[in-house]
Design a protein around this ligand. Structure first.
Ligand SMILES: [Zn+2]
Length: 428
């Protein structure tokens, strides 16, 4: 079923996909990290005015913000987030979207000269897209489905609401953000730009129907160890070798709680890097877990281990710096089941089978949830994100637009008739 305007979706996606909006970690001290993102966000702030939104670009946080004023009373404001940036790619190959109409599940030559094919034998999800308008890259670089498909689906939903004033809604806030791919965008978001917004959703990755409200809790740790250097010939009872202590630390870390032995709801402690000499050693770690208590236990395990080594070799030889990166979205949602139930009800209304996923990573939603606006993730429709095989179909973006309108209208209905507050199922 076609919901919104397929031609609109196709034109807007291709237009924005062609814009260079890479986020670049090397420029992390600039807000945002590249000027192309500013250009696109200002353009979006202008475009949404056509659909009846008030909008502006916040220079300080580098978010473009829009507000569709309520057309009915008694409905709490909600919000949607999509990010304009893409991963970094080789600047020699600008994004050149290719449109394959009425795709029939065939193997597509993206860049034949270099043997780059998009092949359903390798990516079987493609077989579910027969008859749709498939958009791919030219095989040389990314497409930027992540997250320009989210941006485009959101635009189509706003246009639909503008053209269908009979759909009741409260204030609908939208935010087009920067630098998501390098984890900096959501951190800078200012909740003052979403006044009164009770909850929001990101529209980032996943197949139609996917839904995520559980992510990792995350910390990063850096351990520095000081040794004592003495000439090896005179070292008896004097030398303290930082490499030896570092090895003892690494050996004592749990052997089974590592990424290569973890899946589903398992957490882990991962050594990201290590370097050492006799004089000094440095170990980088990341700690991940879905469960808050198990997460804290993993942090404690690292702290206790360092304390034990401190007793043995002298505490002043150790400097442990443990830094929280982000917290599981679930922590901020578990007592607010409506945020999840509303989405699940809207999936059903939009004819989508909800597929609740645990996301073994973090999103902008982690930071926004920590700022007090619970923000799970919906989907943007495409596949093979971040590489030359990235794709999306116009129909998938249409499904996103339909879902967004369903969330807005279902929220209005439940505001009148009572909210779906059934408790969340225990998530593992
Ligand atoms: Zn993304």
């Amino acid at each position: 079923m076609v919901f919104a305007d397929l031609d609109f979706l196709e034109k807007n996606f291709i237009h924005y996909a062609k814009e260079d909006t890479q986020s670049k970690y090397a420029n992390k001290d600039q807000v945002p990290t590249t000027p192309g993102q500013v250009k696109m966000m200002k353009e979006l702030a202008g475009q949404v005015k056509d659909y009846g939104l008030e909008s502006y670009y916040n220079e300080k946080t580098a978010f473009a913000i829009g507000r569709l004023p309520a057309n009915a009373a008694g409905i709490a404001p909600l919000g949607f987030f999509a990010h304009v940036d893409t991963v970094e790619y080789d600047d020699r190959f600008p994004v050149r979207p290719q449109v394959h109409r009425n795709y029939q599940g065939e193997k597509l030559a993206l860049d034949e000269a270099n043997g780059i094919f998009l092949d359903p034998a390798e990516f079987p999800d493609l077989l579910t897209l027969k008859g749709q308008t498939l958009i791919t890259s030219d095989g040389k670089t990314v497409l930027g489905t992540d997250d320009k498909a989210g941006v485009t689906g959101l635009l189509a939903a706003l246009k639909y609401l503008h053209e269908h004033p009979e759909v009741d809604h409260g204030d609908v806030y939208v935010a087009f953000g920067p630098d998501e791919e390098i984890g900096l965008g959501g951190q800078r978001f200012d909740p003052a730009d979403f006044p009164g917004v009770e909850f929001a959703y990101t529209l980032d990755n996943g197949r139609p129907g996917d839904f995520e409200y559980e992510t990792f809790n995350a910390s990063a740790a850096e351990l520095k160890i000081k040794g004592t250097v003495v000439h090896p010939g005179e070292a008896y009872g004097l030398m303290v070798n930082a490499t030896t202590i570092m090895t003892e630390f690494l050996e004592a870390l749990p052997k089974d709680q590592v990424p290569e032995k973890s899946r589903g709801h398992d957490g882990f402690i991962m050594v990201t890097d290590a370097e050492s000499s006799v004089d000094s050693a440095r170990v980088g770690l990341i700690i991940r877990d879905f469960d808050w208590d198990k997460f804290l236990a993993k942090e404690d395990l690292v702290r206790d281990l360092v304390a034990r080594l401190g007793e043995k070799y002298g505490a002043d030889r150790f400097d442990l710096h443990l830094r929280r990166q982000y917290e599981n979205i679930y922590n901020g949602i578990k007592d607010k089941p409506y945020v999840v139930n509303l989405a699940l009800d809207a999936y059903e209304k939009a004819g989508l089978t909800a597929n609740v996923q645990t996301f073994r990573g973090g999103t902008d939603g982690n930071f926004i949830t920590q700022k007090g606006i619970p923000t799970p993730n919906l989907f943007n429709g495409g596949g093979n994100y971040h590489g030359r095989y990235e794709y999306v179909t116009v129909e998938q973006m249409d499904q996103l637009a339909e879902l967004l309108v369903a969330i807005v209208s279902e929220h209005a209905r439940q505001s009148r008739e009572g909210r779906d507050e059934r408790p969340l199922e225990k998530y593992w």
